[in-house]
Design a binder for this molecule. Structure first.
Ligand code: 5RP
Length: 216
């Protein structure tokens, strides 16, 4: 199966978790684009969506799906999003698309987080994919030095400005054996907005190539 077909199947399958009449949390990326297409096919069934990025907001609006602010929607029953890496305990690296901060906020505000991936995203240990860290621009070098001290090689994603007006460092060469500890640690560095480790709040369910993966 091609990677794209795996993403499409996962996006389609996630639509099965949507409750009629609800507001759905929507992530960002090419896999989520398939989910939005599936959501659009039943848009009269749902109240709308809370979006994690300007990119997803545009797609949702193109499909005529109302987009709500998280402050007015309140807690959500369901959040659906992709990932760059997923370990056997549903812990994730996210932020390849630069939307990690809003994604983490919506994941936190949602009762169920369904992660949709193709098989290539599954890894035994997180860290092959460079770990995105969103930083306040003036703190870029300060944070980079702190990440080097932790054994990583941060590379500035030059030219990219997040939806929140911040910058991204992609940290290479980390072998993440304790994702919760590293998430807590990096979040404490002054100038860090969000680290793209989703371990404290991991996914509840993972759909791989359209098939629900049994939880470890
Ligand atoms: C965006 C993300 C995406 O979920 C992640 O990059 C996966 O994207 P894709 O579905 O295009 O492979 O975290 O910030």
């Amino acid at each position: 199966m091609s990677q794209n077909e795996g993403k499409r199947r996962s996006g389609d399958q996630a639509a099965e978790y949507v409750t009629p009449g609800s507001i759905v949390g929507v992530g960002t990326g090419s896999t989520v684009a398939f989910f939005i297409e599936a959501l659009a096919r039943r848009k009269h069934d749902i109240a709308g969506a809370v979006s994690s990025s300007e990119q997803s907001t545009r797609l949702l609006e193109q499909h005529g799906i109302p987009v709500f602010d998280l402050n007015s929607s309140g807690p959500l029953a369901l959040y659906v999003d992709g990932a760059d890496e997923c370990d056997p305990h549903n812990r994730l690296i996210k932020g390849g698309g630069g939307a990690l901060t809003r994604e983490k906020i919506i994941a936190e505000a949602s009762k169920q987080f369904v992660c949709i991936i193709d098989a290539s995203k599954q890894v035994p240990i997180l860290g092959r994919f460079p770990l995105p860290v969103e930083v306040i621009p003036m703190a870029r070098s300060l944070v980079a030095r702190e990440l080097v001290a932790r054994g990583g090689q941060p590379i500035w994603r030059e030219g990219v400005v997040t939806d929140n007006g911040n910058w991204i460092l992609d940290v290479h060469n980390l072998r993440i054996t304790d994702p919760v500890a590293l998430e807590n640690d990096i979040n404490q560095i002054t100038g860090v907005v969000t680290v793209g480790l989703f371990a404290r709040r991991a996914a509840d369910l993972v759909i791989v190539d359209g098939v629900l993966r049994p939880n470890a």
